[in-house]
Design a binder for this molecule. Structure first.
Ligand SMILES: Cc1cc2nc3c(=O)[nH]c(=O)nc-3n(C[C@H](O)[C@H](O)[C@H](O)COP(=O)(O)OP(=O)(O)OC[C@H]3O[C@@H](n4cnc5c(N)ncnc54)[C@H](O)[C@@H]3O)c2cc1C
Length: 416
């Protein structure tokens, strides 16, 4: 069923009884050409592009819970491509371009809203770093504008520009950045993959890999063994644990990252903003809730919930930036498990096991990477060669020294 204004009208006039489920609930087959492990954003996007871009439809996505039950459904939805280093710039800009056409491509309202993102600076060295990043972005064809204090004051009157300790001096603005509805992105890709014949199998946890003679021949699951010619692992916060089942150790740590949302308020924040003097970032949802987050909880964990001292620290950052936030009531707070790589940049690569592929190390920022992450992993699995936009995202880069040390834009666990 195609979605359209006419369809809404037709369904509205006939009691909304004609809507179809977004995807089928198939039983797992004994064997697939390709098995994708993990039904978050990257898993379903990979399956979608395998089918759409490469015509590979004998594909199953195996998800231990429900689709989108991991970080895809827990993040603060910011999309951007304001990176400094070449290894990341091409990839995240590719993702941004895919976001820009995504809803039309998927025929699904993912609420992509390019309301802009600004990284604030509070002193001269920070201004120089912002200018450097902005110039690097502009050279790579990515939009970037250095805003002065007056321009920001007009845009964000709610901020405390004259804070004694952290006066706001300006910010680096990416107009094409913004937000998207996290669940809808997963549902849109899942629907698109299902329509092309991909089996989306929920409540099916991968518990082991069938590896013989250095070749991955399938997976063990809570619903039985499933054979496969190729297996692609997209489990984000569970990367270390799942790849450990294949005997591989990764340069990744899993940490809890929390976020909060307040009651709905009238529009006060037009865009996504990161505070430059502490770890705090904020935007306002379409329903009016102020969505904000900050630091990791500071210790390794697989628990999808965090602790109050970190929330207190994040709220202190919020109070320094916009004291009015102290009057808002927090409605919900939650945690997700993020897969922190040691240089703040991700991996999309093959592994020493033939037929086993891996994506991960998404740190704080894998939501915005979902379109390009899925596209590039599908390319790698289908063709055996890395996509040019993701060629630097290799698993061996700590051994070779070719790290993508994106400090300032990708948060590293070693900085916390
Ligand atoms: C609080 C918070 C805020 C964030 N804010 C942003 C943001 O503003 N912008 C941004 O770009 N990024 C943000 N992120 C990061 C982003 O959400 C993640 O990097 C991204 O969602 C990870 O990719 P994914 O969607 O594929 O992961 P997930 O949705 O976590 O998908 C992985 C899936 O694998 C499944 N799985 C795990 N183990 C197994 C197994 N053994 N068998 C089968 N399935 C398994 C899980 O159940 C899960 O559904 C944030 C994260 C958090 C926690």
């Amino acid at each position: 069923m195609r979605y359209s204004a006419l369809q809404i009208l037709r369904q509205g006039l006939t009691g909304n009884r004609g809507w179809k489920p977004l995807w089928r609930e198939p039983q797992p087959k004994q064997r697939y050409d390709i098995v994708v492990v993990g039904g978050g954003g990257h898993g379903v996007a990979t399956a979608y592009y395998l089918a759409k871009a490469h015509g590979l439809t004998d594909v199953a996505v195996l998800e231990k819970g429900w689709l989108g039950s991991g970080n895809a459904g827990r993040n603060t939805t910011i999309i951007r491509s304001n990176y400094l280093l070449p290894g990341n710039q091409a990839f995240y800009e590719f993702s941004m371009k895919l976001w820009e056409g995504l809803e039309r491509e998927l025929n699904y309202n993912a609420m992509v809203s390019q309301r802009g993102i600004v990284n604030l600076f509070h002193n001269d060295p920070q201004r120089d770093a912002a200018a450097r990043r902005g110039n690097a972005m502009a050279l790579a064809g990515i939009d970037a504008v250095l805003l002065d204090r007056e321009a920001l004051q007009r845009k964000f009157p709610v901020f405390d520009f004259d804070n004694e300790r952290f006066p706001i001096k300006g910010g680096l603005w990416q107009k094409r950045g913004g937000t998207a509805r996290h669940d809808a992105v997963v549902w849109g890709y899942a629907r698109g993959a299902d329509r092309r014949g991909v089996d989306l199998i929920q409540n099916c946890e991968v518990t082991g890999f069938d590896i013989r003679g250095g070749v991955c021949r399938g997976v063990e699951t809570t619903r039985g063994a499933i054979g496969a010619n190729r297996v692609a692992v997209c489990v984000a916060g569970s990367s270390g644990r799942v790849m450990g089942l294949a005997g591989l150790r990764l340069p990744i740590e899993s940490h809890v990252l929390q976020a909060c949302v307040t009651e709905g308020l009238k529009p006060v924040i037009d865009g996504a903003i990161t505070f430059g003097a502490g770890h705090f970032y904020v935007c306002q949802s379409d329903k009016g809730g102020i969505v904000f987050g900050g630091d990791l909880d500071g210790y390794n964990s697989y628990a999808q919930r965090g602790n109050l001292p970190t929330v207190e620290d994040v709220c202190e950052g919020g109070m320094a930036l916009m004291p009015a936030i102290g009057r808002a009531r927090v409605l919900r707070m939650w945690g997700g498990v993020v897969d922190m790589s040691m240089d703040g940049s991700p991996f999309i690569d093959g592994t020493p096991v033939d037929g086993l592929y891996f994506t991960g190390g998404w740190c704080y920022g894998g939501f915005k990477a979902i379109p390009a992450g899925g596209y590039c992993l599908a390319h790698l699995v289908a063709t055996g060669a890395p996509h040019p936009a993701a060629a630097a995202m290799r698993l061996d880069r700590f051994a070779t020294g070719a790290v993508i040390d994106e400090n300032g834009a990708g948060a590293q666990p070693n900085l916390h």
